[in-house]
Each structure stands twice: as C-alpha cells, then as structure tokens.
Write a protein of this length. Structure first.
Length: 563
C-alpha cells in the first residue's frame, strides 16, 4: 500500500500539468451550465485562462490563444472579431518600441551609456551602487526590464571581481568550516565541498539592479508589458476618451518612479551596506578608501576604452532613439498643437510614431560606406551595401513574440468581457467594495494587484484585474483612471520572489541570491512602492488629469453605449 501511494505521488509530481489541463476545465463546467448566458460563458473562459496562467501548465502565450478557440465555439465572439482583437494599436506600439530597443541593444549603445553614467556618478561602493541602479532604471524606461538587467549583470560581476582581486572586499563567502577540533584538542583539516554564497555587498548590487529594472518600467508607457496591457484595456473600454497620452504618463509616473527608486536604494543601503550604522560590520566592509575607488574607476575606464569611440552605427541609433522620444512626447503635448495636426486631421497614435523610426532603422545603413563610392582608390570603394542599423534576422531572434500573443489574449478577453457584459456581472458583485470610498477602493484594488503579481504573470494579473476595475468604475461613477492606473502600475510590483518577474530570476541566478534574502528585501520594497503610489497618485494625478476627481462625460457615453 505504501509503495502504491509513493508511485501515485510520483506520477502526480511528473504529470500534474497534464492532469490539471484535463481536470480543471471539467471542474469549471457548472459555471456556465447552471446559467448558460454569454456573460457566464465568458466568465468560464476567463477563470480557465486565469488558472492556466497561474499554474503555467501551458506556456503563457499558448494560454493566451484559448479565446481564439473557445470564443467562436461558445458563441461569445465570431472568429473574425476575435482575430482582430489580437493585434490592436497598442500591440503595434509594443512591437515598434521593442524593435527600437533591439536596435539600441544591437549596437551596444545602452552599455556605453551605462559605463559613462557610472564614471560620472563616482566609484565609491555607495556611489557605484547608486550609479548602477540609476542607469538600470533609466535604460529600463525604454527597453525591456529583462534586457536592462541582463546588460548590467556582467558589468557588476566584473567590477566586484576586480575589487576582490585587489584585496578589496569579497564577492562570495564560504559557508563551510575548513577545520574541526579533535578530542585531544588538535585541529584537523576536513575537506568538504565548498559552498559559496554572495556577500551582502554583492546581494545589494544585484538586487538593486533587479528592482531598478522593474521600477524603471513604470516611467513610460513602453516601459513594460503591464503598462501596454493597461493602455489597451483602458482604450478598449473607454473608446470615447483621449486615451493614454505619452506626455501625461511621463509627467505623472516619472516622479512616482524616482521616489520609489530612491527609497528602495536607501532601504538596500540600510539593510546591506550599513547606512546610518557606521560601526556595523556591513558599514566596515564597504570602506575601501581611495584605492578601491581607483580600482573600480580604472576597470570602468578600461571597458570604455575597449569599446572605442562612438561608431556611426551608435550615433545613428542614438539620434533615431531621440527622434522616437520626441515624436511620442509631442504627438499630443496639450500645451502646443501636436505634430500630427500639422499633417492630417486623422487621429494618429503612438504606434505610428514608433513605426516611423522603425522604418528608418531598416533603411539607414550602419556604416557610411556610400561616401567612398567615387574614391579614386579602388580598394577603398565599397563592394556591397552596408547592412541597415538593424536587420530582420536580429529582430526575429530577439523580439519576444510570445509576449505579443499574451497582450493579444488580454485585449481579446477585454473585447469578450465588454460584448457579453461579463465585466458588469463581476462589478455588480464587487459593488459593495465602493462603500469604503473611492480612496479605499483604489487602495484595496492596488494592494490586491501587488499581492497577486508575486505569484503569477504580471500581464496576466493586469488583464484580469483591470477589466473588472473598468466596469466597477462605470458602476461607481468614478474616473476610470483613478481605479485602473494604480492597480495597473502595482501589477509590476513583483519584488519578493525569483519567479515573480524575469529580472528577479536573472539576478538571483547570476550570483545565487538566497530566496530568503530576496523575500526579506522585497517585502519592504513592496511596501515602499505601494505607499508611494497611493500617497502621490490621488494628489498629483488631478494636476495632470484635470477631471480625475469626477466621472467624465466620455465615460458616461461609454457606459450608456455598452448597455
């Protein structure tokens, strides 16, 4: 009997995903069998996908394709309407922004910016750490958080190793004793397998960069997939609104990002580098003196010299990146007419601005060989055209195609929710939540998003929560942004677990950070991010969005037209 039970448990451990895929849909059947209405059928699909997303029994992008199968078969949306929902303007903006980021990464421009900034800030341990998190945060505003942390890990590792080689600090410490005392008092060598764990200074560097890559994504719409999910769902539910404008987002969320990052850096300094504890062991370990600063500075300068002067490729990509930011910023800046109004009366959104720059990236050459076409010296003349600033082969390799499907699945669920009234059904059940007031509802929904995102995909959590909050805002007649934006931002607050977000996993793997240390540091960072968000947003939000304190007319138009 014991052997049979052991074999059964072993089989469950091996095949639990397959079992869950078969059993979970059957368990959920009463959801719509008892009330076979479009909204309950849509709710069935949402719960099914939420379960698959949380357990990751299927790859996340594959789960996102479920509506393409079930929506037409269950009479929720026809195949054509379902297909069209997978590639909204927001997804095109995401693709454009990612290709620009890939071009920056492809020419190593981001690494040059990182090294230059570190030299500018200074190379004492505390300043160096500050410079690293600042660079990571800034880079993550424009490229994926995964690419940002992946760029910084080798730089941090090389710096810490060089300091260790010079006898300044330790990157790793041994957890095993190398000797034992025998019964007669003599010390005998005991050879054990040496286990290394990162020093507290190392943990500070790597955790700081991981958190900075996540927090930096809050600063711009293109900074993270959750921001774009929020944009897509918001503009789907409230099509009569002006949408999420790049300029407004920066004015509101960059201050939140900067304050959150500074307090996070401060907390890590207190926890791991002995800030405000000058006599502590942590504080003593980072007193490297002028020699340590010189060694770190020498290493960074050496890496800069290895890169050589800026190439034509880097300069061209930097200029186009600047143009992309300007096009986004001045598309609808409010204080002056946007540049699209000088060209057309048709509504132009951020995807168009991104793809203008993408086209130029594929057109412009990476080397100015064309200036040598008419040279008298035959050997100096080009024999073939230079490759463009970015090639399609590079894009194919580096573009996260799965995330595009994941975003598409989110927008398709939003379409189904709105068409069937599923969101209204859930909002009616949660209407009692509004009795605690607008601020209380906003704080509770933000806290819920912050907790759930630790255990599941950020985009998946945003997809489920934001649809419900959109309908709740209509029923409670609260400005949709008041409830949706804090919760949407909180879906990126995954700081406690390595599985919470890719930057955590990369940092933990790069230097073997114990999960206990990540939880200890991350819990406080979660509290910091939550408190800063709900403390600043209700007061600074109305400065940027003037109608944030009332239920706007366009939201009422959406609410009445949806019914």
């Amino acid at each position: 009997m014991a052997d049979t039970l052991k074999l059964l448990l072993n089989a469950l451990a091996i095949y639990w995903r397959s079992i869950f895929i078969m059993v979970f849909p059957l368990v959920l059947l009463p959801v719509f069998i008892l009330h076979n209405t479009p909204d309950m059928r849509c709710l069935y699909v949402v719960i099914l996908m939420a379960g698959f997303w949380v357990t990751e029994c299927l790859p996340l992008p594959v789960t996102a394709l479920i509506p393409m199968v079930l929506f037409p078969l269950m009479g929720i949306l026809d195949s054509e309407a379902t297909s069209l929902s997978y590639l909204k303007e927001t997804n095109m903006m995401f693709i454009g922004g990612l290709i620009i980021a890939i071009a920056v990464e492809h020419c190593n421009l981001h690494r040059r910016v990182a090294l230059a900034t570190i030299l500018l800030v200074g190379c004492s341990p505390r300043r160096l750490n500050f410079g690293l998190v600042t660079v990571t945060m800034f880079v993550s505003m424009w490229i994926s958080n995964t690419a940002a942390i992946a760029m910084m890990c080798p730089i941090m590792e090389a710096t810490l190793k060089e300091l260790e080689n010079q006898g300044i600090g330790n990157m790793y410490i041994s957890t095993n004793a190398n000797s034992n005392e025998s019964d007669n008092g003599e010390t005998t060598e005991v050879k054990t397998e040496e286990k290394l764990q990162p020093s507290r200074v190392t943990i500070c560097y790597f955790l700081g960069a991981a958190y900075a890559s996540t927090i930096g994504g809050l600063g711009t719409i293109v900074g993270s997939g959750t921001n774009l999910t929020f944009k897509g769902i918001y503009e789907k539910f409230f099509s009569h609104s002006e949408g999420l404008i790049f300029t407004h987002w920066i004015f509101l969320n960059v201050p939140i990002m900067l304050i959150t990052m500074f307090l996070t850096w401060l907390w890590l300094q207190i926890l791991y580098m002995g800030l405000f504890r000058p006599k502590s062991k942590d504080a003593q370990s980072i007193r490297v003196g002028k020699q340590g600063e010189y060694v770190a500075q020498k290493l960074i300068r050496q890496k800069m010299q290895e890169m050589g002067p800026m190439t034509f490729h880097e300069i061209s990509v930097a200029i186009l990146f600047g143009i992309a930011v300007l096009l986004w910023f001045f598309r609808q800046p409010q204080f002056i007419p946007g540049w699209p109004t000088l060209i057309t009366n048709t509504k132009v959104k951020d995807a168009t601005a991104a793809l203008i720059v993408v086209m130029l990236l594929f057109i412009l050459p990476s080397r100015p060989d064309f200036i040598n076409v008419f040279r008298k010296n035959k050997n100096a003349r080009p024999t073939a055209p230079a490759p463009p600033l970015v090639t399609w082969k590079v894009v194919q390799q580096k573009l996260p195609w799965g995330l595009i499907f994941l975003l598409g699945g989110a927008f398709t669920l939003a379409e189904g929710s709105q068409r069937t009234g599923m969101g209204k059904l859930i909002a009616r059940q949660l209407k009692g939540l509004t009795t605690i007031g607008n601020f209380g509802t906003m704080a509770v929904s933000t806290l819920l998003a912050s907790i759930l995102t630790e255990f599941s995909s950020n985009v998946a959590v945003a997809n489920v929560i934001l649809q419900v909050l959109a309908e709740l805002a209509k029923d409670a007649q609260v400005h949709p942004l008041y409830l949706m934006m804090p919760a949407g931002l909180a879906c990126s607050h995954a700081f406690c677990l390595p599985v919470g977000t890719p930057p955590n996993a990369i940092a933990a793997t790069a230097c073997n950070i114990p999960t206990k240390q990540m939880i200890l540091a991350g819990l406080v960072v979660n509290v910091i991010a939550f408190v800063v968000l709900i403390a600043i947003f209700p007061f600074f939000g109305p400065v940027v969005y003037h109608d944030l304190g009332e239920f706007p007319a366009w939201a009422w138009d959406n609410a009445t037209s949806a019914t």
